[in-house]
Design a protein around this ligand. Sequence first.
Ligand code: CA
Length: 144
Amino acid sequence: MSLAMEITFDWLRSNDPGANPFNAEVSGGAIQINPRPDCVSNDMCPEGTECKGNECRPIIDCDNPQSGPGECLDDRQACVDNQCECVGDCNLDGRVRANEITIMVDIINGEAPLSACPAADFSGDGVRANDITIAINNINLGCP
Ligand SMILES: [Ca+2]
């Protein structure tokens, strides 16, 4: 018995952006996952991607600060200025570092404004402990 399955790239893109966080290609009935291209600047990246954390990552638009969970990747991006950004990446350089966790804790404690780390708030409900958990995941897994 054989099982055939067809998934088109467009379907992956349009219905579930989280399903295609990598550089995926569909050909000959197989999905091939390619590493993202390395880069040091945006002009090295294909259309629709930008250089962040030394790799070309997809640019994903989003509607408002509450839309990170529905419109961005892997439940690990926040919507900042209508673009999906890695939760906890305060300086938007594509990586979360320990000092950025400290900034998030300062925001929770009221010792820093949200503007110190706009990507701290995953779901637009204020910075909370669950946002710290996501940011630590982004340290461990790398930004989506
Ligand atoms: Ca960062």
